[in-house]
Ligand binder design. Sequence first.
Ligand code: NAP
Length: 440
Amino acid sequence: MVEFKKLAPPTTGEKIEIVDGKYIFPDNPIIPFIEGDGIGPDIMRASKIVWDGAIEVAYGGKKKISWFEVYAGEKAIEKYGEPLPEDTITAIRHFLVAIKGPLTTPVGGGYRSLNVSMRQIMDLYACVRPVKYYRGVPSPMKHPERLDIVIFRENTEDVYAGVEWKQGTPEAKKIIDFMKNELGVKVRDDSGIGVKPISIFGSKRLVRKAVQYAIDKNRESVTLVHKGNIMKFTEGAFKDWGYELAVDEFRDHIITESELWDQVIADDGVTPTVKEGAYAHLRGGRPAGNQGDRILIKDRIADQMFQQLLTRTDEYDVVALPNLNGDYISDAAAGQIGGLGIAPGANIGDYIALFEPTHGSAPKYRNQDKVNPTSLILSGVMMLDYLGWPEAAELIEKGIEATIEQKRVTYDLARQMGDVKPIKASEFGYAIVENMKKMG
Ligand code: NAP
């Protein structure tokens, strides 16, 4: 039995189990949650109104979440004297699926990012961000609805691994001397040094998750995004290992882009083909009468991917990337559908999944019940889907759309819509529940 120093799990509800490598989700799972700092308590309160409301409407009492508060950040310091207590990690590891609000990272000292620490301690190697448009949300695009992608960003490697040395330190000098003397590589003596490790293990497990997701969710393609034309042995290798993994482990479910080109040219009617939409980018379209069910595996160079998402938006579906590309593209894509206040996220390992909004703790708005809870609400939608409760998840998405279309929105969207009086975060939550009840 799991033991905690200062926590008492709820007395009702059950633990999610893993049997033969597969999840068993009970109807009444215990889900740990971290309220978060700054605006965290406000958006968590509003979100729970929506999540619990949706589950009630969708399942009429047959399913229910037993919430279990665990602590990180400022609340943890009050309770434990430290920002990330062992109890919290133990609880998330034990109960497997959890959700959190944003946590403040003190600038210039204090403690390091708790978000990064949690990802590392629990080896949550895939940062998953679905980016799609909800009707009524103000967007800078003419056709924001054309974007509907799910980003799988590698979370543990690349220049984010934290292997770097400050300019002028003995370590930086040592590396520079080593490169000069042992490898014959010239680097300016006054350089800071960072290392970009990208491994077969790290790349393949990320791509495996992306392809498996594409299969499970009946998506059309997986695009490997890299800068392999310049960084051949890291980014280029990520692409190569991604293709290798897809062919080795998912042969009967996938076709690569080069295979598809060959097949379009041959039009032999024998080669397996992809889902209808994946043909969009191929000159000549799909061969007549030959609609397949394979997932198309393709790759794109990162810089051109930014413009492709703008100009050929609907050709992209599931997208797998190394860490840095993933960071940039996630935010750029979120901008297309109305910004970070809307986009949800999750950090997922082999069995542990921690859902979280993509924005920070916006401390200046704390305790004002003011900010937009949509990013956290939608992170909960991802969680409900992960639990195998799609009815509740879809209900919330429809409820959010209806509420935004009624122009019952928080200050941030009201500001962009013009001439709309903003409502509070909690009022937005209740408005969604009201709309869901009408639909349920
Ligand atoms: P931020 O908290 O995301 O806030 C930046 C601005 O974005 C806000 O001032 C606000 O804009 C807007 N915003 C953010 N969330 C919003 C919401 N829910 N509704 C409406 N508007 C929203 O970024 P930050 O100020 O750079 O970071 C603050 C703290 O959060 C830092 O300590 C940072 O390290 C941390 N952080 C945590 C996470 C995480 O927990 N995963 C992620 C990122 C940052 P306006 O001022 O225009 O209204």
